[in-house]
Design a binder for this molecule. Structure first.
Ligand code: SAM
Length: 235
């Protein structure tokens, strides 16, 4: 059975699409999608030998070798332009996901939808999407095993559309759709972040004063007050 995290990613994969799952590890996601009939063909890309081998092993064991091509390579190196129309990248940091998209940008012409699940630093992805004319069309936030995950879905379009009614800085940090929903996991995530920033602020206050610590403190104050605005000062 798939984790709730990967199930949520799966939910947004276009039906009948040709999919590339980059950083697929065990290839659980493409295997699940093929078995469920949601897609008929998938590519599982892996840069590391161990995960690549476990993807190959699983795909063979499931009898899916004719439907899932397991390929070893860095990021979008494993696909050719026109190969796929949907890409999933899950379970990595947001900056790594953004750099994978940036390095393989020329492969994205045929791609209609990106489903991305950063473990941290979703802001790096939201910024990349805006700079590259991808429009965020949906977001979800979920909690599983005491960890909070964000899922970002993007299609080509008007990249600023989701941000038109909110301050861009806030939208980039917390996500325009997630800001609208303000679900339980969302409130939990940002009150924890706020607590963490406050703790760092206090540490800086007891450190030797310097221009650098002062700058860091100002940045933290800005972020804390931004989040307080988002959380309606609830906690
Ligand atoms: N996508 C799966 C998931 O969400 O459960 C696996 C996540 S696992 C934590 C991250 C995987 O990404 C690792 O297996 C790692 O080898 C792979 N990875 C990291 N950087 C990569 C890159 N540049 N190209 C392809 N795979 C990469």
């Amino acid at each position: 059975k798939l984790s709730v995290r990967l199930e949520t990613v799966a939910k947004y994969v276009l039906k009948e699409s040709k999919l590339a799952d980059i950083g697929s590890d065990h290839a659980y996601l493409p295997s699940f999608l093929v078995k469920n009939g949601q897609i008929s063909f998938g590519i599982a890309g892996e840069v590391a030998k161990g995960p690549f081998q476990s993807a190959e092993k699983n795909v063979l064991a499931e009898g899916l070798a004719d439907r899932i091509s397991v390929r070893m390579g860095d990021g979008l190196e494993v696909i050719q332009p026109g190969d796929v129309d949907c890409i999933t990248i899950a379970g990595m940091g947001g900056s790594l996901i953004a750099s994978i998209l940036e390095n393989g940008n020329e492969k994205l012409d045929s791609v209609k939808r990106l489903v991305l699940q950063p473990n941290i630093n979703a802001i790096a992805i939201r910024s990349w999407l805006i700079e590259n004319n991808w429009e965020l069309v949906a977001e979800e936030i979920i909690e599983e095993d005491s960890k909070i995950y964000e899922i970002l879905v993007a299609e080509k379009g008007d990249p600023l559309k989701p941000y038109c009614d909110i301050p861009l800085e806030t939208g980039l940090l917390v996500g325009p759709f997630l800001l609208q929903g303000k679900e339980k996991a969302f409130k939990k995530k940002w009150s924890l972040e706020k607590k963490n920033w406050k703790r760092i602020y206090e540490q800086l206050e007891s450190a030797a004063p310097s221009a650098e610590t002062e700058e860091k403190k100002q940045e933290l104050i800005k972020k804390i007050s931004l989040i307080e605005g988002v959380l309606d000062n609830e906690d």
